[in-house]
Design a binder for this molecule. Structure first.
Ligand code: ADP
Ligand code: MG
Length: 258
C-alpha cells in the first residue's frame, strides 16, 4: 500500500508530502530532494539509507524544522511545521558537543535553552543507563568516540523527545562499539518509545533499528523503496536468520541503485 494512502491515524506524528528542496550554491542550484513522501507514527522507528548526497541529511533537517522545503509540506501532528518543535531532538554526525563545556554542561544545555527544570536525579538515571555517569566533569576531548556519542544521545534524550532524529550516529565508531550503541539505542527505544528516524549507510544498523526502512537514491534524492521490518529494535532480533534475510533484501534494493 502506498504510504500516503494510509489513513491519517491518531498516532501519526510526521508526514512529508511532496517535499522538494534545492540549495543555492556558487555553482548554481543543487537539487537535494524531489517529491519525497513519507509518514512516521508515534513510538515507531524508521531508517533512511542510501548513497552519499541523496538528501538523507536534508530530509532529517526538514523533519527537525531546521530547513524549509521549497515545495510540499512537512506536517508534525497534522500541522505545517513552521519552526523546530519542542518535541523533537536531533543529534548530528559529529556529535555536536561543545568542546569547551564539560559533559554536565553539554547534557543540560538543551534544557537550559528551553528554560526547563533540570532534574538531575532523572538525568543521572539516564547517564547510568548510557554508562557515562562518571564522566560528568570531564570535557569531550577526554572521551572516546563511543562515549562522545553517548553524551550526544544523553543531551537529546534529557529533552524527553517524542521524535529523536539521528544523523549517522555511530558512523565513526569501530564495529564493536557501533554494535553496542545500536543495542543501547534499541533498548532505550524499548523503554521510552519515542519515534526515531535514523540516517545510516550501514545496512545492519538500518535493519536493527528501523521498523520501516526507506531506501533513498538519485540526485535529487527520492524514496525508491520502503521495506517493512517490524522486528527492528526487538531484543532478540539481531543475528537471527530473519535479520540476515532482511539485510539481504535491503542490500539488493541498494544494489539496484548502484
Ligand atoms: P546525504 O546526507 O544523503 O549525503 P545531503 O542531504 O547532505 O545528502 O545532501 C544532498 C545534496 O545537497 C548534496 O548534493 C549536497 O552537496 C547538497 N547540500 C546539502 N546541504 C547543502 C547546503 N547547506 N548548501 C548547499 N548544498 C547542500
Ligand atoms: Mg548526510
Amino acid at each position: 500500500m502506498n504510504i500516503l494512502s494510509m489513513p491519517n491515524s491518531f498516532n501519526e506524528l510526521v508526514r512529508c508530502v511532496g517535499i522538494s528542496k534545492s540549495y543555492l550554491t556558487d555553482q548554481g542550484l543543487v537539487r537535494a530532494l524531489d517529491s519525497v513522501d513519507m509518514v512516521l507514527e508515534s513510538a515507531r522507528t524508521m531508517a533512511l539509507v542510501g548513497p552519499s548526497g541523496c538528501g538523507k541529511s536534508t530530509l532529517l533537517l526538514i523533519m527537525a524544522g531546521l530547513e524549509k522545503p521549497d515545495k510540499g509540506e512537512m506536517l508534525f501532528r497534522s500541522r505545517t511545521l513552521e519552526k523546530p518543535p519542542r518535541e523533537v531532538a536531533l543529534t548530528l554526525q559529529d556529535y555536536g558537543l561543545f568542546p569547551w563545556k564539560t559533559v554536565r554542561a553539554n547534557v543540560e544545555l538543551g534544557l537550559k535553552i528551553r528554560k526547563e527544570t533540570i532534574d538531575w536525579k532523572k538525568i543521572m538515571e539516564l547517564l547510568d543507563e548510557l554508562d557515562i555517569s562518571d564522566k560528568l566533569e570531564v570535557h569531550p576531548q577526554q572521551l572516546s568516540g563511543g562515549q562522545k556519542q553517548r553524551v550526544a544521545l544523553a543531551r537529546a534524550l534529557v529533552l524527553n523527545p517524542e521524535l529523536l532524529l539521528l544523523d549517522e550516529p555511530f558512523a565513526a565508531l569501530d564495529t564493536l562499539n557501533r554494535e553496542r550503541l545500536q543495542e543501547l539505542a534499541a533498548k532505550l527505544w524499548r523503554q521510552r518509545r519515542f519515534a526515531m528516524a535514523l540516517v545510516t549507510h550501514n545496512i545492519q544498523e538500518a535493519v536493527r533499528l528501523g521498523q520501516r526502512i526507506m531506501v533513498m537514491g538519485g540526485a535529487p534524492g527520492t524514496i525508491l523503496k520502503t521495506v517493512d521490518n517490524p522486528m527492528a529494535c526487538a531484543a532478540d532480533y539481531f543475528g537471527t536468520p530473519e535479520f540476515y534475510d532482511k539485510c539481504s533484501e535491503v542490500r539488493s534494493q541498494l544494489e539496484l541503485i548502484a
